[in-house]
Design a protein around this ligand. Structure first.
Ligand code: ADP
Ligand code: MG
Length: 609
């Protein structure tokens, strides 16, 4: 008997909905983006009970014909791409034709829509993918879509929803991400009949003010200075907070081509530009908008991902940092800025991007591929010089990120040792039980041992999770893991991945598991706190995609199995960490922005004498 059969559409849509629509906020995002794609100039959002009961979006966009209204709810129905290659140049927000199909699979939708050229509009009612009603109706031009009882047929999803307060915050966060890039469009956000935001059409500055400003003081944007830089590669504009107006809790927003993005590496660029200007636990607020040709970023294929990969991150990092510094400097906000010394800068910046930069002192003979008077032309990646511009112009890259711009192939251990002229044994030292010190071509690398090791382990665990190849070690005396009810509901989701990485768990009672095996790396540590931490984090951070909770598993496990600060390391251990770390393409900072590797340059060392 054949056993393979195709899933009915309603089931396929429900599965897809799990990916696209995770919570009320993702539903809101899709609806508002559709309105924007339809050219709306005015968008009203009405929400009840943080979106559980109702999410309604009313727009004055171009509306849909009778046929399109019905088609819009089919999977992969979209008016926005025709061929796969369109994906690479796409500038509209939605493009997968999945959102409405997913939303109507897990809720009760009622929509009215009318185009300018039609006399009557269309009313459509769909419950869990079933069309209940479709008929002509009288309605204004545009689209009015009501999504009620979200997840009415997916109890597990409903269970995952957080408190109303949290879900409302998620809704607003998603809303901010959108309204901050469409200042010309006017928006209203109403929750349980209370108007939370009323945003008239205006400039970016007015929009920021309207969203975050205190209407009484009307002073929010005056705490900011403008950033503006145009280069061939990228244009960067926006606002950064004056150092004296910074606070502990900051609003930090990056947008690229009209889309919000998270970018820990660029965050570091902004923070670096502020270094020395802010008290210790203060953070700069900023709203920074990048415009970049779509082909030089990785399009956001996954609808819920907010990370975006740039083709040339290191250059953008430099441009961004220089732009923020310049903005802070130009308004002479802080007497502590002294570019002559702060910027004494030793790595070249690409010359074809005209960024105005601080004046710097130059070592005209600087050549990252030369040490001890020897040049190793064969070690240099082909064409590397053009990356940095030529000869005497190679003068102005910013010191803190110097190791960022060294081509990564340069960091493979063999060539590095040759560069150092040290033969096979590269010296490594441990300092304070916490740091590993390694000589680098033009200075000394300081490596945070715990973070470095956790970083390596995290990558390893992610890999093992993907390939189900964690090594398990059987426990002689099984331990008992007890979980609170709201974490127990996560177990079903997490179990396959926990098993993949080497945990052997068997349910004992409604709220407990017996742990019979653990990942080999755990050694003799008790698995209980590690598992508790994993469940706790997944619940707290609401990781509800597999990629999301895998990251949490890898994170927690890496955190608890990494070499702690304070442990003495053998030379071989240190060398192993260093070699593996420096071979990675990105190793300077952790996913949450903490420094792993810092360079103490020769100049800095020399200055001390
Ligand atoms: P996508 O936005 O990826 O194309 P959706 O499922 O979100 O997929 O929407 C499907 C189609 O329905 C869109 O391509 C568009 O043609 C139409 N549509 C959706 N919402 C609106 C709206 N508010 N106004 C006009 N057309 C809309
Ligand atoms: Mg869409």
């Amino acid at each position: 008997m054949d056993i393979i059969h195709l899933l009915p559409d309603s089931v396929a849509n429900q599965i897809a909905a799990g990916e696209v629509i995770q919570r009320p906020a993702s539903c809101l995002k899709e609806l508002v983006e559709n309105s924007l794609d339809a050219g709306a100039t005015r968008i009203q959002v009405l929400v009840r009970d943080a979106g559980r009961t109702l999410i309604q979006v009313i727009d004055d966009g171009k509306g849909m014909s009778e046929t399109d209204a019905r088609l819009a709810f089919e999977r992969h129905a979209t008016s926005k791409i025709r061929e796969a290659q369109d994906l690479f140049t796409l500038r509209t927000m939605g493009f997968r034709g999945e959102a409405l199909a997913s939303i109507c699979a897990v809720s009760q939708v009622e929509m009215t829509t009318r185009r300018q050229e039609d006399e009557t509009g269309t009313l459509l009612e769909i419950h869990g993918s079933d069309v209940i009603r479709q008929e002509p109706c009288a309605c204004p031009v545009g689209t009015n879509i009501k999504v009620s009882s979200l997840f009415f047929n997916v109890p597990v999803r409903r269970k995952f929803l957080k408190s109303d307060q949290t879900e409302l915050r998620n809704l607003l966060t998603e809303f901010y991400h959108i309204v901050l890039v469409y200042p010309k469009v006017s928006f209203t956000f109403v929750h349980n009949d209370e108007i939370l935001l009323e945003l008239p059409s205006g400039t970016e500055k007015q929009r920021i003010e309207a969203v975050f400003g205190n209407p009484k003081r009307n002073a929010y944007t005056s705490a900011f200075v403008e950033v503006k830089t145009e280069t061939e590669l990228v244009s960067v504009r926006g606002f950064v907070v004056k150092p004296e107006a910074a606070t502990k809790k900051a609003e930090q927003y990056f947008f690229v081509n009209g889309r919000y993005m998270r970018h820990p590496y660029f965050l570091k660029a902004v923070q670096t530009a502020y270094s020395g200007m802010l008290p210790n636990d203060y953070q700069p607020s900023f709203f920074i908008y990048f415009d970049i040709p779509p082909e030089s970023i990785d399009v956001n294929i996954h609808p819920t991902k907010t990370e975006i990969k740039f083709a040339d991150e290191q250059t953008v990092f430099q441009i961004l940092m220089a732009a923020v510094r310049e903005a802070l400097g130009k308004f002479s906000l802080s007497p502590t800025i002294d570019f002559d010394t702060r910027g004494s800068i030793d790595i070249p910046m690409p010359q074809n991007h005209s960024v105005s930069r601080p004046q710097v002192t130059v070592d005209p003979d600087y050549n990252p591929f030369r040490t001890r008077g020897t040049v190793y032309p064969d070690k240099a990646p082909k064409g590397w010089e053009s990356l940095y511009g030529g000869g005497e112009t190679r003068n102005d890259v910013i010191r803190e990120t110097r190791n960022d711009v060294i081509p990564s192939s340069f960091h493979d251990e063999a060539s590095l040792q040759t560069e150092l002229g040290i033969g096979q044994e590269r010296p490594v030292w441990q300092y304070g039980g916490k740091y590993i010190l390694v000589p680098e071509v033009n200075g000394l690398l300081l490596i945070h041992q715990h973070r470095a090791h956790a970083f390596l382990l995290r990558a390893l665990y992610m890999e093992q999770l993907e390939h189900t190849q964690g090594a398990m070690q059987q426990l002689l005396f099984p331990e008992v893991l007890t979980l609170p009810q709201d974490e127990m509901v996560l177990a079903e989701q997490l179990l396959p991945d926990l098993r993949a990485i080497g945990f052997d768990l068997e349910q004992l009672s409604p709220d407990s598991y017996s742990v019979q095996g653990v990942p080999a790396q755990l050694g003799t540590r008790s698995p209980i706190p590690v598992l508790q931490q994993i469940f706790h984090q997944v619940r707290e951070r609401g990781a509800d995609t597999q990629a999301g909770w895998r990251e949490q598993i890898a994170d927690s496990l890496a955190e608890s199995t990494a070499i702690p600060s304070g442990r003495t390391l053998s030379e071989a251990e240190m060398r192993d960490i260093v070699t593996r770390l420096l071979a990675l393409p990105q190793y300077r900072i952790t996913a949450d922005g903490k420094t792993i590797v810092s360079l103490l340059s020769d100049e800095e060392i020399a200055k001390r004498f």
